[in-house]
Design a protein around this ligand. Structure first.
Ligand code: PRT
Ligand code: ZN
Length: 283
């Protein structure tokens, strides 16, 4: 049995439970529950505040956790990051009032910076050789300059909208974060085998997410060129059609390249192009 700690509510909760479902693990996300057991995988899910997850994993109370890399870095505990999960992307940035004449890191010398991430901020200030005062506040950091609690802030940014609506300007991007799977590093052989199975399922889910299945009718004479446009895992599948001189070609493409490939395929005579979502790719 393996125990996984995830955020009970908040920004990472939904995507953490969606990931488990995507890799075929049913969980009962009744939020009043503290601990729930998956009926179809030897996994117990423990619901916690995100701040508590690194600690619970470091102590071995849960073998695994899903949490923002920002929390892992800030707490500096003995846990291993075993996989990046591709959601919850954000950065930790320094921001100053819009009207400030910011001219580089030395601007912060002697200033007060409000943050919930003192450890990451201290390391950056040391690296830049800047002496500033760190004011630790939990929550609503962005109102600190207007309330004259601080001259600047160091906080999580994703779209940047919160900074703008508080009259602040992002001036230094310090740390990039996303949700990660962490491990205590103290798993027994059976738990390690379960973790390997989870990692295998997560990586095939991640590969599938960025890819599309594409099929089309193609003049037989264009097959060679289409194979150059669509390099597949081995090579594209080509099947004859009843209509003389035509075939059907199937392949897998990166979502990012999709429209460019479609343009090239149309130019060599592809017709009836179908693009489908892929449920799973097992390499
Ligand atoms: O209750 P609990 O302690 O579990 O949750 P919490 O309130 O401490 O954390 P929560 O749910 O807000 O965030 C959990 C994790 O989500 C963080 O530790 C980050 O790893 C990640 N994450 C990703 C974010 C954001 N994006 C984000 N935008 N966490 C917070 N924000 C804040 C940001 O600080 C700003 O105030 O959301 C606001 C909107 O951001 P903008 O830039 O889009 O306006
Ligand atoms: Zn929290």
């Amino acid at each position: 049995m393996l125990r996984l700690a995830i955020q009970s509510k908040g920004r990472l909760n939904e995507e953490s439970t969606a990931l488990l479902r995507e890799i075929g693990i049913d969980i009962d996300d009744n939020r009043r529950k503290f601990l729930s057991q998956a009926p179809n995988f030897p996994l117990e899910v423990l619901y916690l505040r995100d701040d508590d997850i690194p600690q619970v994993v470091a102590a071995g109370t849960a073998g695994l956790g899903i949490v923002g890399l920002n929390e892992v870095e800030e707490q500096g505990l003995d846990v291993q990051v075993v996989s990046k999960l591709g959601f919850g992307a954000c950065r930790l940035s320094l921001a100053v009032p819009r009207s400030a004449d910011y001219d580089g890191p030395q601007w912060f010398a002697g200033k007060r910076i409000a943050t919930s991430y003192p450890r990451i901020l201290r390391a950056w200030l040391e690296e830049k050789g800047v002496q500033a005062r760190i004011e630790v506040i939990k929550g609503s950091v962005e109102i600190a300059p207007a309330a004259d609690i601080a001259d600047a802030i160091f906080d999580i940014v994703s779209s940047g909208g919160t900074l703008v609506s508080n009259g602040l300007r992002e001036v230094e991007q310090v740390f990039w974060s996303e949700a990660v799977l962490i491990s205590s590093g103290k798993l027994d052989a059976e738990q390690q085998a379960l973790l390997d199975e989870l990692l295998f399922r997560i990586s095939s889910a991640q590969i599938s997410r960025r890819k599309k299945y594409i099929l089309m009718n193609l003049p037989q004479s264009a097959v060679e060129e289409a194979t150059r446009i669509l390099p597949a895992m081995r090579s594209p599948t080509v099947m004859p059609l009843a209509a003389e001189g035509w075939c059907s070609m199937h392949s897998v493409v990166e979502e990012a390249d999709l429209w460019d490939k479609i343009r090239q395929l149309k130019a060599i005579g592809a017709e009836g192009i179908l693009v489908l979502n892929i449920d799973k790719i097992i390499p």
